[in-house]
Design a binder for this molecule. Structure first.
Ligand code: CU
Length: 122
């Protein structure tokens, strides 16, 4: 009896490991703006698409031409990057947390001209 329980526990632990590993590997990377990258050609990307918590959004743009600032909803609506988290490498990979993340470019009037994206992760 004791032996059977031990086998059951080991089997369960192995299944748990496989399950966790599968979940981790399910995270995907998406290019902000798809092939156009992060800039004036977003055309409304991501157009209401939803992503998974843990997915990565990669923001590609010529360094210095744009930036990526993670802001709250108010900052997103008003294109105000104050207090936001700034990324400026030209190839910024940002992991999504659950809920909606708001990203804007704070250079010039870029945000007002559409360089902004609200990304929702389930
Ligand atoms: Cu910009």
């Amino acid at each position: 009896m004791y032996g059977v329980n031990k086998v059951t526990i080991v089997a369960f632990a192995m299944m748990l490991c496989i399950f966790l590993q599968t979940n981790i590997s399910k995270a995907d990377t998406f290019l902000a703006g798809d092939a156009n990258g992060w800039g004036f050609q977003l055309n409304g990307w991501p157009n209401g698409k939803t992503f998974k918590t843990g997915d990565v959004i990669e923001f590609k743009y010529p360094a210095g031409a744009h930036n990526v600032v993670k802001v709250d909803q108010a900052g997103f609506n008003s294109c105000n990057g104050a207090g936001g988290q700034v990324f400026s490498s030209g190839d910024d990979k940002i992991t999504l947390t659950k809920g909606t993340s708001y990203f804007i470019c704070t250079i010039g009037q870029h945000c007002a001209n559409g360089v902004k994206a609200a990304v929702t992760a389930n």
